[in-house]
Design a protein. Structure first.
Length: 400
């Protein structure tokens, strides 16, 4: 059996999935939590019983060793031994200007990921801990880094450039990178397959990744043309707790008026804004709908602002691409929240979208579904994202 182990390492957690690369089936998945504190391992073999145990894991290396032990366990494991893991794929948040695609991990690659830590100060060091842990535990297994920013690297300079002094770009690498790249890439590829347009350089897709963090992206011929997140994931749509795009002059204005430090201003924009900040209720869309139905006007306003934001991006990407063949909804909200999709798709007929509102209401949650009428010029679809599978595919393509 040939499998790829997909790793998403955070500072005190590590998510993993073991994927059979021939059948693309998930054999097992799970999570190490509270690394460096006390430690808890969760393991779920597909079709089997969930297994949890408290286990000390002072570092990421001990965490990965526990994962390998449970995957190869004689009773509850899903592979015979370590030789069945052909490669490891790591999710890495920020590749900066250094990476336009996924890359085989060697010392040079690690140095390049370290170099862009200032661009991803929370995530990149944690991702590197996962990489070092796996290299130590599996020194002979090839490892691949899959960057969330790689998708956005095909944008034209006029699109990724901010209108700040040019030196800010050349000296500090300040440009639009975009995030959720692995998800946008995956659903774009799947949409192109569903349209039967593989290899067509003119196929135009708009992808709406709507979850706790949200972004919209557009592509031509399967290559990113534009994306709503920027240097950091803060730009673009209002999100669960992030403000999205605002007048940048608000930043110094509020720092002055509210006597905020840089850190406090950053927290206000990243953790206290968005759906939570507007509604005062929650960042979770299910709570917002419940509050809105109970008459909470601020919850209604937050939902309306979110829908308006997505609509603006769809409209501007439609102009940028000179049309679109398909609009895709994905991630937690995009796949599950029919009422939000309905709000976004209201009054889109001028663009050539004939949305089937009835079908949208009854569409099964989290499943692939076409939501436009057969005669619609633009197809609208729900396509569940699968970032782990995208990472496994890239890892196999590069390492095997
Ligand atoms: P993340 O950005 O954390 O990966 P997800 O893509 O998992 O987020 O999306 C999580 C969000 O999806 C939740 O905050 C919730 O608002 C929303 N969500 C999940 N299920 C539903 C549902 N059935 N109805 C409405 N919203 C949902």
């Amino acid at each position: 059996m040939k499998t790829v182990l997909v790793i998403n390492a955070g500072s005190s957690s590590l998510k993993y999935q073991l994927i059979d690369i021939e059948t693309e089936a998930v054999l097992a998945k799970g999570l190490c939590e509270r690394i460096g504190i006390d430690g808890k391992l969760t393991y779920q073999p597909t079709g089997g019983e969930k297994f949890q145990k408290e286990a000390p894991m002072p570092t990421h290396q001990q965490a990965i060793e526990l994962v390998l032990a449970v995957l190869t366990d004689a009773k509850i494991g899903v592979i015979k031994d370590m030789a069945d893991v052909a490669a490891v794929g790591h999710r890495v948040l920020h590749g900066g200007p250094n990476f336009t695609a996924s890359a085989l991990i060697d010392d040079k690659c690690i140095a390049a990921i370290e170099e862009v830590i200032p661009l991803g100060p929370l995530h990149n060091p944690a991702n590197l801990m996962g990489i070092h842990a796996c290299r130590a535990a599996m020194p002979d297994t090839p490892q691949v880094a899959v960057f969330d920013t790689a998708w956005g690297m095909s944008m034209a300079q006029k699109t990724f450039q901010y209108a700040l002094p040019y030196e800010v770009y050349t000296e500090h690498f300040v440009r639009r990178y975009g995030f959720h790249g692995t998800s946008h890439m995956f659903v774009t590829g799947e949409a192109i397959k569903r349209l039967g347009r593989e290899g067509d350089p003119d196929v135009k897709i708009i992808t709406c990744h709507l979850g706790n963090g949200s972004s919209v992206s557009c592509s031509k011929g399967g290559k990113c043309v534009d994306t709503s997140m920027g240097l950091t994931p803060l730009e673009g749509l209002p999100m669960g707790t992030r403000c999205g795009s605002i007048d940048p002059a608000i930043v110094p204005f509020l720092m002055d008026k509210m006597h905020l430090s840089i850190k406090e201003m950053d927290t206000l924009m990243n953790k206290k804004s968005g759906m939570l900040g507007i509604s005062g209720v929650s960042s979770d869309f299910r709570d917002l709908w419940a509050a809105s139905k109970a008459g909470n006007d601020r919850a209604t306003l937050a939902l309306e602002m979110f829908a308006q934001g997505v609509k603006r991006y769809i409209g501007s990407y439609f102009a940028e691409l000179n049309g679109a063949d398909c609009i895709v909804f994905t991630a937690g909200v995009g796949e599950n929240d029919w009422a939000m999709r309905e709000m976004i798709m209201q009054d889109m007929d001028a663009l050539g979208v004939d949305f089937d509102f009835e079908k949208n209401r009854t569409a099964p949650r989290g499943e692939e579904c076409v939501l436009s009428k057969p005669e619609s010029k633009i197809r609208v679809m729900v396509l569940p994202t699968n970032e782990e599978l995208a990472i496994a595919r890239d890892t196999a393509a590069i390492a095997l």
